[in-house]
Write a protein that binds this ligand. Structure first.
Ligand code: DGJ
Length: 712
């Protein structure tokens, strides 16, 4: 899978779907090619023009660009040496080709099932002056059109260095591309934007302490003619949950560079003599068959080689969460009423959301005091959990362990355990402060607090929330020269906590959340295989949010619930059927008071749950295809298929007077496969894909159709 040609000085990573070529030019490492699989590496001549004002370095495709040497495009590396200077020149010193994919110490990462299915190229580049050595790693995995990169920074000298930029990933492509990315805000996450090429550097980043609602750590570069089904595209995604920066630079020489990694705005690292710094991993997926194909590669890679553990290959339970049913205002009996109706309707897991602990009746207090609120739960949490489990369903619990309320026992005992800047006021958001997860004693406190909960009560699911961005990012435990390390040390601490807890309780299903999708990223999915996608549960708004999220993240990661109407975020009324048809395309659940439904609605809910259970193997683990986009028209259509069936989900946002039937063509099926439709008709794959299906919607706004074809 990896060939080193000593004469041509090229490294060629190749499987049946993708090739990546790196080459040495006067001992500098260039990225020569990344794209469709080719048998032989391309031949390039790095002759630089003689009569140019510009330095030649400014047009070379460096695999690890640095600052200070006449390459003015975004760089991966900026290091301050013992003289306080920042010119770095990296030259090849060695390489290794190793079987499999080495894990990354303390960081989330994709993995290989066995050494034979993957191969990793590690190339050491050295700056002879500062003695900084950068090891670039490139992994190729059989059957995936993906190259996974990371960079490790070593101080091989005897004097300390300061890393001011230590990125993970660099890609060079000839030509110009449309840029597609996911932006948003709270309750409007993962909106798709496609921007035509421009000669400038575009930055997608976060310095909020989480990957954030505003920009997901994902970009795709598309050719002008690339669509969902045709054309080339490159997707880049960071496996990291904190501050990041992705630069897409298009220059006057008609080439594109992407650099991705930690955000230098909030990052510094002191690299003592002999020390190493491991930067997070980035995944690059290539497709020559359009955007859907790129997404499907991300989905398969993340579902099977990023998510791990007991729940990786299991269908996820139908759950009910009491947040929108009660908010903070509940008691034992109300919860039991909802849980009883849920169990009766076929729900498999009850999740108790915020408000169950300390003296928490609103968001003013108690984060950090993880013992039952005796006013609401006089018998305690354990008794409630047991009573719910006795109904034959699981019990799940909401926690927000990275936070502390100033009004809490924890804060009163440890006022220095939160992120803060010495002698400055501490900015509160949602009346809370952020615990300093860079400190080992804080990590241990969180591990202990959550472990006690999980040991004492029969809890089979945790919703791990995180509801504010960082301010005054300082740590009372670090020396002044290390304060620039706090943001990343926080993430390392959080990852340690998640690793310890998820290893200790392997059968507990963890769902991450950050005010909805404020930390929907591959880093979190490594520890917690599903994410609460958005606090916006409106079915119509969810079409855009889930469509966007699916660009990079698998369906089995996308939490989607049926909630009450009028919807609490938009005040929109949609039918129970439409809400069910939208939620079935994610990890299905309810977020309403089931004990207050009419008999007719309960009946419909029972049928919905039966349907979800019969289809979830396909929706959660099958192939997902976007057919029609809510960003482009009034009709959205999504398809799921596997060996057993095809499911078509269509949604019409606004009613059309005197509507014509619409035709929709399915995708990716075997031409000769035979399917039975719900009405008994037998159809073939070629009919569904070429002739398509002619459909109508029921009259009215916000309507949907779900059609299932069982394979014969
Ligand atoms: C934000 C989450 O996204 C909601 O689902 C809910 O859990 C609240 N936090 C509780 O405070």
């Amino acid at each position: 899978m990896i060939i080193f040609d000593e004469i041509a000085n090229t490294f060629h990573l190749k499987n049946d779907l993708i090739s990546c070529v790196l080459s040495l030019h006067e001992n500098e490492l260039m990225m020569s090619y990344l794209g469709a699989a080719i048998d032989n590496p391309p031949v390039y001549h790095w002759n630089d023009p003689h009569d140019s004002f510009d330095l030649p370095n400014d047009r070379r495709p460096y695999a690890c660009p640095t600052d200070g040497n006449g390459d003015y495009r975004p760089a991966m590396v900026r290091v301050r040496d013992a003289n306080g200077q920042r010119s770095t020149m990296l030259r090849y010193v060695a390489h290794r080709i190793v079987a499999g994919k080495p894990s990354l110490e303390g960081l989330p990462a994709t993995y290989a099932y066995k050494d034979e299915e993957a191969c990793t190229l590690q190339i050491d580049l050295m700056d002879a002056h500062s003695m900084l050595m950068v090891t670039l790693s490139y992994t190729i995995i059989d059957g995936f059109a993906a190259i996974v990169q990371n960079a490790c920074y070593h101080n091989t000298g005897e004097t300390p260095l300061k890393l001011e930029n230590a990125a993970s990933f660099c890609l060079h492509l000839p030509g110009r591309y449309d840029l597609m990315h996911l932006h948003g805000a709270w309750a409007r996450e993962c909106a798709i934007e496609r921007i035509p090429p421009a000669t400038l550097t575009r930055v997608i980043d976060s310095s909020r302490g989480a990957s954030g609602h505003e920009h997901n750590p994902f970009v795709a570069l598309l050719q002008a003619h690339t669509t969902e089904f045709h054309g080339e595209c490159y997707g880049v995604n960071l496996v990291y949950s904190g501050d990041f920066k992705i630069c897409v630079d298009e220059n006057a020489y008609d080439s594109t560079r992407i650099v991705a990694g930690l955000n230098p705005r909030t990052f510094e690292w002191n690299l003592g003599a002999g020390e190493s710094f491991q930067a997070p991993e980035a995944v690059c997926v290539y497709s020559c068959h359009g955007i859907n194909d790129m997404s499907q590669t991300f989905h398969r890679l993340y579902r099977t080689r990023l998510c791990k553990g007991y729940w990786r290959d299991r269908v996820r339970p139908v759950l009910i969460n009491n947040w929108e049913a009660t908010y903070y205002d509940f008691n034992h009996e109300q919860i039991m009423n909802i849980a009883r109706s849920a169990a009766d309707a076929g729900v498999e897991l009850f999740v108790l959301d915020d408000g169950w602990f300390g003296k928490r009746d609103n968001d003013n207090s108690s984060l950090g005091d993880w013992t039952a609120n005796k006013g609401k739960l006089p018998n305690g949490l354990e008794a409630l959990a047991k009573e719910i489990v006795d109904l034959g369903i699981g019990f799940g619990l909401w926690v927000e362990p990275e936070m502390v309320s100033p009004d809490s026992q924890l804060y009163r005992s440890h006022p220095d355990w939160c992120l803060h800047a010495q002698d400055r006021s501490r900015t509160q958001a949602r009346n809370q402060l952020v615990l300093d997860m860079s400190r080992t004693e804080v990590q241990d406190y969180v591990i202990d607090a959550i472990s006690v909960l999980l040991k004492n009560a029969p809890i089979s699911y945790i919703k791990w929330d995180m509801n504010r961005n960082f301010t005054q990012v300082g740590s009372a435990a670090l020396a002044s020269m290390q304060q620039g390390e706090v943001s990343h040390r926080y993430m390392l601490g959080l990852y340690r906590v998640l690793s310890v807890i998820t290893d200790a309780f392997p059968k507990v299903l963890f769902e991450s959340c950050s005010g909805g999708g404020g930390r929907f990223d591959a880093g979190m999915l490594y520890y917690m295989p599903q994410t609460w996608t958005s606090d916006n549960t409106d079915a119509v708004a969810r079409l855009r949010i889930q469509h966007g999220t699916s660009l990079c993240y698998p369906i089995c990661a996308i939490g989607a619930h049926v909630s009450a109407v009028p919807n609490h975020q938009t005040q929109r009324n949609t039918s129970l059927e439409m809400r069910g048809h939208v939620a079935i395309t994610g990890n299905f659940g309810y977020e309403l008071d089931l004990s207050a439904q009419t008999a007719a609605d309960l009946d419909q809910i029972r049928q919905q749950i039966t349907l979800v259970k019969s289809l979830r193997e396909t929706t959660q683990r099958g192939i997902f295809t976007r057919l029609l986009s809510p960003y482009e028209g009034n009709i959205t259509a999504w398809q799921f298929h596997d060996e057993k069936r095809v499911i078509l989900c269509c949604y019409q946002t606004l009613a059309q007077p005197n509507p014509a039937p619409f035709t929709i063509r399915l995708h990716g099926l075997a031409l000769d496969a035979k399917y039975r439709c719900q009405d008994g008709d037998i159809v073939s794959g070629d009919q569904l894909m070429h002739a398509g299906i002619r459909c109508t919607f029921p009259q009215g706004d916000f309507v949907s159709r779900l059609i299932v074809y069982d394979r014969l």
